[in-house]
Design a protein around this ligand. Structure first.
Ligand SMILES: [Zn+2]
Length: 484
């Protein structure tokens, strides 16, 4: 009896162990996709996108256009459906707006003294000419700002809501104190124009002091209309159609920005910002993942949309454009995973081999799917305690999160020695490691696309409040439209 009992329990443990092993295995049906990912494939694509020929892929530039054409060609090679308005291209008609300082005048008076700001001490952002004579000025917190000049300390404008609040105030002019950005031309969409409030940035300490101490202020300002030039920019978008009759009308986004910083204006030697890791590595990873999933005989149940964005380096411009002009319904888009810095492992905080991290790690349930995928694929997907949350707003996932879609950026190294430098070149990338990480990404995406349950924002995290509100609005708007 005793012996038999022992044998039975051994059998039980053996069976349980086998079951545990079976769970901890990559499902056979997705294996061909993972096998399709190759380090040399990644190296080939990164080396082209980051080559000197493309001159740093500035937005806009001929190098950027070549990169867009290349991404489209790779989507075509993978047999993906075009998702743009012009084949794979989503056309964005924008204006390049350059401030005109001719006749510029900005005088701030407290009734006793007047501070005069010259054109060299100001940075102007306006779409229209402005003519204000002794207009009352208030501080940013004032209840009634309509038609007035508003003084805003630069530090008050850090969040997207603060900027939205300022735009909604109806102020005649905002004078931002304590910061003066470089007077570079800006790219603007028709929506940007409709929402804009004229802004002058002033770094002068005299102005800050006067604003702080004065009881009442008036402002006189003369600003010329800016010079404008139309420009055409392109996101590149493709769909891998899902296999489930119902879930195929829901979408998972995989995104990366294909632009970078262009060419340094002056200096000796190499002046090209090649942007190999930032973000040719993300773009090449997206291409590789797209190619991998498209070899599967049975496609994932949900549809997967791949989008390469322009203009990230100028302030998430391509992804904001996408948020306003989605190629598939936002209300049917269940997730965005944005890929950045996928190749370099030499993070200053220590080497990042077989590791990947996700921004806003506790903002939604999505990162946990990649943690699971990582366990199967041999990649540790972890939360970087210090950088996870602050980096959430620093890439294209933000524009999708603002629309309510659970959206995160995946990266291997947040920072690396050549970050935004001319030394960000393709030979410095670890392509074997990058291929392993991309296999994990592919597996995680497949799991997301197979699952009945879409990712959800984490309501217990206060940082998700705005995104949850946006999600409610997005789904409510669709429900009422559907009811009509
Ligand atoms: Zn980037």
């Amino acid at each position: 009896m005793q012996n038999i009992r022992i044998m039975r329990s051994e059998c039980f443990f053996a069976a349980a162990f086998a079951a545990a092993l079976a769970v901890a295995q990559i499902p056979a049906q997705v294996q061909p996709a993972l096998d399709h990912i190759s380090a040399n494939g990644l190296k080939g694509n990164v080396s082209f996108l980051a080559s000197d020929l493309l001159q740093g892929r500035a937005t806009p530039s001929p190098g950027l256009d070549i990169a867009a054409e290349f991404v489209a060609a790779r989507f075509r090679a993978a047999g993906l459906e075009p998702a743009g308005d012009d084949g794979y291209f989503q056309t964005a008609h924008m204006q390049q707006v350059q401030a005109d300082t001719t006749g510029f005048k900005l005088q701030i008076s407290d009734g006793k003294d007047t501070v005069d700001i010259g054109p060299d001490a100001a940075a102007i952002q306006t779409f229209t000419a402005l003519d204000l004579n002794h207009v009352a000025a208030v501080k940013n917190r004032a209840a009634d700002r309509k038609g007035k000049v508003v003084f805003v300390p630069a530090g008050d404008l850090r969040s997207a809501t603060a900027m939205r609040d300022l735009r909604a105030s109806g102020a005649a002019l905002a004078v931002i104190t304590g910061s003066r950005p470089r007077a570079a031309p800006r790219l603007a969409s028709p929506e940007d124009r409709a929402e804009s409030v004229p802004i002058v940035f002033v770094a002068s300490g005299a102005v800050a002091t006067m604003v702080k101490n004065a009881q009442s202020l008036t402002v006189t300002a003369h600003i010329a209309a800016p010079k404008e030039k139309p420009v055409t920019l392109r996101n590149v978008a493709a769909v891998l159609r899902g296999s489930d009759p119902i879930l195929k009308d829901t979408y998972i986004l995989v995104t990366a920005h294909y632009d970078h910083l262009g060419v340094k204006a002056e200096g000796q030697g190499d002046r090209i910002y090649n942007g190999a890791n930032d973000d040719a590595s993300g773009t090449a990873s997206m291409i590789e993942v797209a190619g991998a999933l498209s070899v599967l005989e049975k496609k994932p149940r949900r549809s997967v949309v791949f989008v390469a964005f322009f203009g990230e380096e100028l302030g998430l411009i391509g992804s904001k454009w996408y948020g306003r002009h989605p190629v598939v319904p936002l209300a049917k888009t269940v997730a965005d995973i944005n890929l950045e810095h996928m190749g370099r492992t030499d993070d200053p905080t220590g080497p990042k081999l077989n590791d990947a991290t996700i921004t806003g790690f506790d903002f939604s349930s999505m990162p946990q799917v990649f943690v699971k995928a990582g366990k199967l694929a041999g990649i540790r997907v972890y939360k970087d305690e210090k950088r996870s949350d602050p980096y959430f707003a620093r890439s294209d996932n933000q524009a999708l999160a603002d629309s309510g879609i659970p959206a995160h950026t995946m990266c291997v190294a947040f920072e690396f020695p050549d970050y935004h430098g001319v030394g960000d070149e393709w030979p410095k990338i670890d392509y074997e490691n990058m291929a392993k990480v991309d296999r994990m990404v592919t597996l995680g995406l497949w799991m997301l696309a197979e699952s009945d349950k879409p990712p959800a924002w984490n309501a217990s995290n206060p940082q998700t409040k705005e995104y949850i509100a946006a999600a409610a609005k997005l789904h409510h708007a669709t429900d009422s439209a559907g009811a009509k």
